[in-house]
Ligand binder design. Structure first.
Ligand SMILES: [Zn+2]
Length: 138
């Protein structure tokens, strides 16, 4: 949220000699905005998880930072949106780092499933919220 992930665009501003390109798709520049939301892989994860009919999530990181403060008029759904955002950023970052270190690649569907399992286990602590995450998130 504060743009402190060590994406390649930031490493270059620190004077490190690294390639500017995205590790996942070879776009010319790896930035937080690209990596987490404009990269098609990330967009597929984000849009799939945010497909609730009362939500209209933006796809640009700076707009998402604003939007996530109140994505809907439903407090419980807002909690879920915050959890989904955190889990999406975490899983995309984890996938990026796994590819750097040569681990096998996960497709978006596997990441979506992992995020759904994580969110469902988190929601077990909040009575009445798990039903919000069954459809259409499932
Ligand atoms: Zn990319």
């Amino acid at each position: 949220m504060r743009g402190r992930m060590t994406t390649r665009d930031r490493l270059i501003t620190w004077g490190l000699q690294v390639s500017r390109g995205c590790l996942l798709c070879n776009e010319p520049e790896e930035s937080s905005d690209h990596l987490f939301f404009t990269y098609l892989f990330s967009q597929e994860v984000w849009c799939s998880l945010m497909s609730h009919p009362s939500l209209n999530p933006p796809l640009v990181f700076s707009q998402i930072v604003q939007w996530i403060t109140k994505p809907s008029s439903l407090p419980k759904l807002n909690t879920i949106c915050s959890l989904v955002l955190q889990a999406t950023v975490y899983e995309v970052w984890r996938e990026r780092n796994a590819r750097i270190h040569g681990a096998t690649h996960r497709r978006p569907g596997f990441i979506i499933r992992d995020i759904q399992l994580t969110i469902r286990s988190k929601l077990a602590c909040f009575p009445g919220t798990s039903l919000l995450f069954v459809q259409p998130f499932a």
